[in-house]
Design a protein around this ligand. Structure first.
Ligand code: FES
Length: 166
């Protein structure tokens, strides 16, 4: 049994508001937004305990929540580092060098996609199209898109986060 998790009252209120936007009996439709809130609230990832909690709140079977959480790459179902780098690996970005950028990140961070650096700072993920196909290669960190990436640009971005950490 893991730790007991609960949303703060103001977030529970927000969830109630979200649920009420859908017709009676369709509370499942709120799942994406509630999972976002849960991920933000509980350490940027969704543990089994967190997903079970969301299932209880929405009166769903846990498996229904697991299915959604594991389908979308925007949800982390494993603990992640402070900085999650989501690199697009879909065709148009690959045509302009996404694979080189991924290789460069792997070498610089000494991890593979799906892994977190030993210091807990960076997690590397590869994801499908992020809708910035004309600006590849690109990755997303939090809400920010980094576009037209080169190895030099990537080094600069990594260093900025390393420096901010110290
Ligand atoms: S293919 Fe990379 S953002 Fe669309």
């Amino acid at each position: 049994m893991g730790e007991i998790k609960e949303f703060k009252p103001e977030i529970l209120k927000e969830i109630d508001r979200i649920i009420k936007q859908f017709p009676e009996g369709n509370q499942k439709s709120a799942i994406l937004r509630v999972l976002h809130l849960a991920q933000n609230e509980f350490g940027n990832w969704l543990s089994a305990d967190t997903m079970d909690y969301v299932a209880r709140l929405l009166h769903l079977n846990p498996i229904e929540v697991y299915e959604v959480a594991t389908f979308y790459s925007m949800y982390n179902v494993k603990a992640v580092g402070k900085v999650v780098i989501e690199v697009c690996r879909t065709g148009p970005c690959c045509l302009v060098g996404a694979e080189n950028i991924i290789r460069h990140l792997e070498n610089s961070l000494e991890i593979k996609p799906g892994q977190t650096t030993a210091d807990g700072l960076f997690t590397l993920k590869t994801v499908e199209c992020l809708g910035a196909c004309g600006y590849g290669p690109m990755f997303q960190i939090g809400e920010t898109y980094y576009e037209n990436l080169t190895e030099e640009k990537v080094d600069g971005i990594l260093n900025t986060f390393r420096t901010a950490q110290n």
